[in-house]
Write a protein that binds this ligand. Structure first.
Ligand SMILES: Nc1ncnc2c1ncn2[C@@H]1O[C@H](COP(=O)(O)OP(=O)(O)OP(=O)(O)O)[C@@H](O)[C@H]1O
Length: 311
């Protein structure tokens, strides 16, 4: 891939316990994109992030950060990458300003109060700079975690479950922040259990299941490729069972026989919709309403992971 800021090849991890958390993962992250990594619990998402961030040692494979090996040139890798871990870890008695300033120092960067001020303002934390961490709300604490991760001016930001357990309003707030970071040119890789989050934010989506990357696609392509539509006919009269003449469409009845459902592949040359409607009309079946719904990323995700498990 051209212009990959992160290039992962054959990445493997077997923990001492024998768990094979990653099995030869290949993945390229494009400069400036938001990439959402989805997967069920224990799929290997955190392991992948932790390897790239230098916290876990891989059992095999390579990671190039802007062309440089992340182990051979680990200082370069660390300076380019920021990580917001799943758990909020901050010193309760420190002020916002000093905790973020301290983080920058950890990366060997010289003090730069103006940069920290800009960062805190961008995250709407400037007014709270003197507050102690323990005085902040959960949402503010999360912002501080992001400020810490960005304090050394990395251009790749990993967010591991950025909105786990937060309410809807806070989640939207977090999405706004992430979008703002992207528009500033930061490349963002996030893991999430909220598929809505990936649907809302990501340019591309990767699905990891049992240590294998089973899909990595442009979000819209993925949704189009694997998406199905459901046609629902709200019947004038409820139906006890589906007539044999409609058997070829594999229809289902919902809502105690009031709704007739037809699932079809949007990419098929013949969707079967016109012929179904003709047959329904020939049989004198009346309907009051008709609607179609595109399958969501969630439907696709569940389908993919389910298929993989069945193998
Ligand atoms: N330090 C460790 N030692 C042994 N096994 C581990 C260790 N860390 C993770 N694992 C195992 O590796 C597998 C992948 O775990 P990982 O935390 O990467 O998954 P995940 O996709 O991030 O899950 P979650 O969504 O629950 O955070 C799991 O089976 C997990 O139990």
């Amino acid at each position: 891939m051209t212009d990959a800021i992160l290039s992962i090849r054959g990445l493997r991890k077997a923990y001492a316990s024998g768990t094979e958390a990653l099995k030869a993962v290949d993945l390229d992250i494009r400069r400036g994109e938001i990439f959402a990594l989805l997967g069920p619990n224990g799929a290997g998402k955190t392991t992948l992030i932790n390897i790239v961030c230098g916290i876990v040692t891989p059992s095999g494979g390579t990671v190039l950060v802007d062309g440089k090996d992340h182990l051979e040139d680990y200082r370069h890798a660390r300076s380019r990458i920021g990580l917001v871990p799943q758990e909020l870890t901050t010193d309760a008695f420190e002020s916002v300003l000093s905790t973020v300033t301290f983080s920058r120092g950890l990366f060997g960067k010289r003090r730069d109060p103006a940069k920290i001020e800009t960062l805190l303002k961008r995250l709407s934390l400037w007014d709270k700079r003197k507050a102690k961490m323990m005085e902040l709300s959960g949402g503010m604490k999360r912002r501080v975690m992001i400020a810490k991760a960005l304090s050394h001016e990395p251009d790749i930001l990993f967010l591991d479950e950025p909105t786990a357990g937060v309410d809807v309003e806070l989640r939207r707030d977090m999405w706004d922040i992430v979008r703002k970071l992207k528009s500033d040119g930061t490349t963002i890789i996030l893991t999430t259990h909220y598929i809505e989050e990936a649907e809302e934010m990501a340019d591309r989506v990767g699905v990891i299941s049992r240590g294998e990357l089973i899909a990595a696609e442009d979000k819209h392509v993925l949704m189009q490729k694997l998406g199905r539509k459901t046609l629902k006919l709200t019947l004038a009269e409820p139906m006890a069972e589906i007539p044999g003449e409609l058997a070829e469409w594999n229809l289902e009845l919902e809502d105690e026989g009031h709704i007739l459902c037809y699932r079809f592949d949007t990419n098929a040359e013949k969707t079967g919709v016109p012929s179904l409607l003709r047959r329904v009309s020939d049989l004198g079946i009346g309907f009051k309403d008709l609607s179609t719904r595109q399958s969501s990323l969630e439907d696709i995700f569940v389908g993919l992971v389910h298929e993989e498990r069945a193998k």
